[in-house]
Design a protein around this ligand. Structure first.
Ligand code: SAM
Length: 443
């Protein structure tokens, strides 16, 4: 009988994609991938370390598993960012963990499981990815039959002072455009409607060769890649996350040229205060960021804009925070992810005194959330009477009569419809704005 493996994923789209890749390798090696930890022989946690709370979740989950099945406890493995950063100290934190796989060991998981099953104690692999390892993922492992994540670049060279990613995921490494285009072509032939090009900083894409980009113009390799991938004719193409300093206006020009390039840009600003942006080592100030926003807002297509903000960075004064509030009012984001600063050991900011108490961070978080909520209400109300194109993903969990999906502008859209619409793209006339979604009817 084959060994059953359950993979539980925390964190960003890169982690979802890594789990898909891990599943592909394990299935190829003869393992059975299952959808629940109950009764699984092996439970593999794919972890996130961006904030302390995310990191703690894996230990909480191991505790829950112990309680749920004390007599048949599975072999536990930890992979991903926490594994890479914490290494063998994880074995001390939790005696239940048998093996650890770093962010670049995804393709060697079956060997690690075999060693742990063979009785070897504290199995660990934090090594680099071997040259030539395939990025291919078969459709069975994809998180959705309609939407696929395609990594184009991994790692990060930016070293923002708060961020752990360069330490957990290593330096930037771009796939060739040829590989990416071939993968998107296969996805299109397999019936996928939407592809997300993903990476910590997609627009920092810099492949070692131009293979696949011949004949495509663009001010940066990423702008050329967008045109080349859009030319495959895949129905909908999204990309995330963009890094402000590398956000060239030609990206907007590419979106204007190709209707299948979706009308949504995620551009994390982190703060509206130049002093804090400098301390964060972002490489952009607010004026520079706003120039990029101007180009997005003046596009001939109406583009949805989303962002990330950190409140309570060390030394953030009331004036700094007010500069953030001001910038948020100026940008009128379609949505905003707000994070309370979380000290990440090993980053430059961790050496700065954490000047705000947890209560003060919460107060700023709530104040910013309230402002965004009121701005977002106006942005969403503006969609009423407009028709958006929606990829129907599943029945709504709120109402049995409704289906739900995402628009090209990345809004959740609900509407009355039958489940046979699942997987199709429909035009929906928006009739009612909700706080984080839109409601409409198929037209
Ligand atoms: N690479 C992107 C960038 O910096 O533009 C985003 C990557 S990060 C995985 C996602 C978000 O997590 C960041 O944009 C930031 O807002 C938040 N984040 C990262 N480190 C954090 C920290 N130490 N404390 C709180 N939030 C953090």
């Amino acid at each position: 009988m084959s060994t059953s493996v359950y993979i539980e994923t925390f964190g960003c789209q890169m982690n979802v994609s890594d789990s898909e890749r891990a599943a592909r390798g394990l299935r190829k090696a003869g393992y059975e991938l299952v959808g629940s930890a109950d009764g699984a022989d092996v439970v593999l946690f794919n972890t996130c370390s961006v904030r302390e709370r995310a990191e703690q979740r894996v230990y909480n989950r191991i505790g829950e598993l112990r309680k749920a099945a004390p007599e048949k406890f599975p072999l536990i493995g930890v992979m991903g960012c926490v594994a890479q950063l914490e290494g063998d100290s994880i074995f001390e934190q939790s005696k239940a963990v048998s093996f650890i796989a770093g962010t670049q060991a995804t393709d060697r998981l079956s060997t690690l499981i075999k060693r742990a099953q063979g009785g070897e104690a504290a199995v660990i692999d934090l090594g680099e990815r071997a040259a030539g390892e395939s990025w291919d993922i078969s459709p069975v492992e994809r998180h959705s039959p309609y939407v696929a994540f395609v990594p184009i670049i991994e790692g990060c060279n930016k070293f923002c002072s708060f961020c752990i990613v360069p330490y957990s995921r290593g330096r930037e490494n771009s796939r060739t455009a040829r590989e990416i285009i071939d993968e998107v072509q296969c996805l299109k032939e397999a019936g996928y409607k939407e592809v997300h090009l993903i990476g910590q900083n997609v627009n920092s894409y810099r492949p070692k060769s131009s293979d696949g980009l011949e004949g495509f113009v663009g001010a940066t390799p990423f702008a050329r890649l967008l045109r080349a991938v859009a030319a495959t004719g895949i129905a909908r193409l999204k990309f995330t996350t963009s890094f402000p300093r590398d956000f060239h206006p030609d990206i907007v020009s590419a979106i204007e040229e190709f209707p299948n390039l979706c009308d949504w840009i995620h551009l994390p600003v982190q703060s509206g205060s130049d002093r804090i942006l400098q301390a964060m080592r972002r490489g952009h100030d607010s004026a520079n960021y706003l120039r990029r926003i101007d180009r997005i807002k003046s596009s001939s297509r109406r583009l949805a804009l989303t962002s990330d903000v950190i409140v309570g960075f060390p030394g953030e004064t009331r004036d700094d925070f007010e500069a953030t509030l001001k910038l948020i009012e100026q940008c009128r984001y379609d949505s905003l992810y707000i994070f309370k600063y979380s000290k990440r050991s090993g980053t430059p900011a961790a050496k700065l005194p954490d000047t705000l108490s947890s209560e003060e961070k919460t107060e700023r978080f709530l104040e910013l959330e309230e402002l965004q909520r009121s701005l977002q209400r106006q942005v969403y109300a503006d969609y009423v009477g407009r028709t958006v194109s929606v990829l129907v993903e599943r029945p709504s969990t709120r109402s049995a009569a409704d289906m739900t999906g995402h628009s090209t502008c990345n809004k959740v859209v609900n509407f009355e419809g039958e489940s046979n619409l699942q997987g199709s793209v429909v035009d929906v006339l928006i009739i009612e704005p909700k706080s984080n979604s839109l409601y409409g009817r198929v037209c």
